[in-house]
Design a protein around this ligand. Structure first.
Ligand code: ATP
Ligand code: MG
Length: 352
């Protein structure tokens, strides 16, 4: 197949990890005889420096016309002045909005070789394989914000359609996995959560007879995620709960550097990025863990290009490298390998 893939390196370790992921994509293209055209464009702080805009028109146009977008990370101390008119993160928010991306997928599958690095007992983590689907466009983060002399308020709002589309997405994904959805809300207190639960129940019942759905309150979910993470398949939740639970779930894997994500909408283009930030403390040193970025490229192959076989091949190559003890410094501080070497080891296991 022929695919146009836009690469947005961004800031900090973004360029290092996207270079690793792009090399993996090129190898997959050669091995399976696909033509992947990779084009780099500016976003975030790097785009502010070069063009005065965290999402230049040229970048946005390229993303709209692409089959998929692979992103590194945006942000860094040099652009974080609170007085600044433009900030790197605005570029990413504007891009998500322009592409209509409403479902953020974060799979968590701790690898046996990295279980020791997680702050949770290894016997609880063995066999964990869950997928958190976070709603990305609604809720309290986007509601009206006001401040007066004696207080402040943030409005939380969800429309029926916003809940329907993300729950539907979660159910479709569950169907391709173990057929179970856990919908997380706070329906004992919040009206938006009562709506969420009603809609989730109806969508699952009317449209997905082959998927089972259960409901959890977010506070007890926070506990169960640590005490019995194996119990979950697909977890779907609203924006803020998802923000918090995905960070919590990332600790099951052992390092921020390991986990990928995908942001999808109803349009053709998906956005794929590691869950970690720009990590300015280690940027430019060649030691960043590229796993999250490489596994994001695997999600890109699966979700935007429909190349399941190729996606599985990349995931197995990463697992095999970890299994063979090839670990970056976040996982093996004493003897860890660098970004380029880790990518080369993965590429070797994909074969050319
Ligand atoms: P952001 O605000 O952009 O989300 P953050 O404050 O959450 O960023 P990160 O940039 O993700 O922070 O970094 C958090 C810590 O994890 C840092 O110490 C960083 O060095 C480390 N880290 C993050 N990603 C990686 C990686 N790929 N490899 C190694 N270490 C990483
Ligand atoms: Mg962060």
């Amino acid at each position: 197949m022929h695919a146009e893939i836009v690469v947005l390196p961004g800031d900090g370790i973004g360029p290092e990890v996207t270079a690793a992921a792009a090399a993996v994509l090129r190898t997959v293209g050669q091995r399976y005889r696909h033509r992947f055209d990779l084009h780099e464009h500016a976003i975030g702080g790097a785009a502010i420096d070069a063009h005065g805009d965290p999402l230049p028109e040229k970048t946005l146009a390229a993303c709209r016309n692409a089959d998929a977008v692979l992103l590194g990370a945006v942000g860094g101390p040099q652009w974080s002045d609170p007085q600044a008119k433009v900030r790197p993160e605005q570029g990413l928010l504007a891009l998500r909005k322009a592409l209509g991306l409403y479902a953020n997928l974060r799979p968590v599958r701790p690898h046996p070789a990295t279980l020791g690095a997680a702050p949770i007992k290894p016997h609880l983590l063995a066999g964990v394989d869950l997928l958190v689907v976070r709603e990305l466009t609604g809720g309290i983060y986007f509601g009206d914000k006001t401040r007066d002399a004696d207080g402040a308020s943030d409005v939380c709002r969800y429309s029926v359609a916003e809940v329907e589309r993300v729950v539907r997405r979660a159910c479709v994904l569950a169907r391709q996995r173990r057929g179970h959805v856990t919908s997380v809300d706070k329906a004992n207190v919040l009206e938006t959560s009562r709506l969420w639960r009603e809609v989730a129940t109806r969508v699952a019942r009317d449209e997905f007879s082959d998927v089972t759905i259960e409901h959890q309150l977010v506070d007890s979910m926070a506990m169960h995620l640590l005490s019995k993470p194996r119990a979950f398949d697909v977890v779907v939740t609203e924006n803020m709960f998802g923000d918090i639970l995905t960070d919590e779930a990332s600790m099951l894997a052992g390092s921020m550097g390991l986990l990928p994500s995908a942001s999808l909408g109803d349009g053709r283009v998906g956005l794929y990025e590691p869950i970690h930030g720009s990590a300015p403390d280690i940027a430019g040193r060649g030691i960043a863990n590229p796993c999250g970025a490489i596994l994001s490229a695997a999600m890109l192959l699966r979700h935007s290009l429909g190349l399941e076989l190729e996606a599985g091949c990349v995931e197995r190559a990463v697992s095999a490298a970890l299994e063979d003890g090839i670990l970056t410094r976040d996982l093996a501080p004493e003897r860890g390998v660098g970004t380029v070497r880790f990518a080369a080891e993965v590429i070797e296991r994909i074969g050319a």
